[in-house]
Design a protein around this ligand. Structure first.
Ligand code: BTN
Length: 252
């Protein structure tokens, strides 16, 4: 990684975002949590070249090869009530999708946390809350051309989708600029945020299955409600999903 390129890109970050670079950490989310607990300010972005224990949702490992991907976490100290903080995942997903689009690729959002290109996942988001802060962790496959078995079937990268080497520092700068605007919309301006998510929602009109506490269920996605919930038409009628970790698209 060229530290200089990243620091140069960071000089264009909007206020209050600041970049901290680490060569190797277990997980950038854990690192930022520790810094937050020690009083680090809103807007800290911690980027690591290598994560030895990068995490996805449900405790899955996150694969982010050094030099090819972006793995970073943003410390947010929201002014909005805590009940609204889960919306940060939508803000981050939309920011990543918009950043990808500024490099002339089309991105979709698989509600609530994944960014797709075509039928494959290019980025994942892990939001974790502390007492008075949230950590928004973002992993984006930028220049990888190969993935390990188990990942290769579902993953893609910017480079796979548009054969060229992407400037990781510039991609990071774009994400931060988009996120700076979108994270301000989790409260009063949520309509605008949801509008952007709806435009890119890859699930609308699709049949999906999901795991619930009462077992697996299938349904057709009708869209995203004004409050950010997924609207799913099941045999029980129209259900509103707040979270769904195991949501799978069924073949058409
Ligand atoms: C998912 O799709 O399951 C979420 C993946 C989130 C990965 C990122 S990489 C940076 C940050 N640090 C972590 O340990 N995880 C997140």
């Amino acid at each position: 990684m060229s530290r200089e390129e990243f620091m140069e890109a960071a000089s264009d970050f909007p206020e209050p975002f600041r970049l901290l670079i680490r060569e190797s950490v277990e997980s950038t989310n854990d690192e930022v949590r520790v810094l937050a607990q020690a009083g680090a300010p809103d807007g800290l972005v911690l980027l690591a070249e290598r994560q030895t224990a990068g995490r996805g949702r449900r405790g899955a490992a996150w694969f982010s090869p050094a030099g090819e991907s972006l793995a970073f976490s943003i410390l947010v100290r929201p002014e909005e009530p805590k009940a609204l903080w889960p919306r940060l995942a939508l803000a981050a997903g939309l920011a990543v999708a918009e950043a990808i689009e500024s490099f002339r690729l089309q991105a979709g959002i698989k509600w609530p946390n994944d960014v797709w290109i075509g039928q494959r996942k290019v980025a994942g988001i892990l939001v974790e809350a502390g007492s008075d802060f949230a950590v928004v962790g973002i992993g984006l496959n930028v220049n990888s051309t190969e993935f390990p078995p188990g990942v290769s079937e579902i993953a893609t990268s910017l480079r796979i989708e548009s054969p060229q080497v992407f400037p990781r520092a510039e991609v990071l700068g774009e994400i931060i600029r988009k996120f700076a605007a979108r994270r301000l919309q989790i409260g009063d301006d949520f309509d605008a945020l949801i509008c952007g998510v709806r435009l890119r929602c890859v699930l609308t009109g699709k049949r999906v299955t999901l795991c619930t506490a009462s077992g697996p269920r299938a349904g057709t996605v009708e869209g995203i409600a004004a409050s950010g919930e997924l609207l799913l038409r099941t045999e029980n009628g129209l259900e509103r999903l707040i979270q769904a970790d195991e949501l799978r698209l069924l073949p058409p």
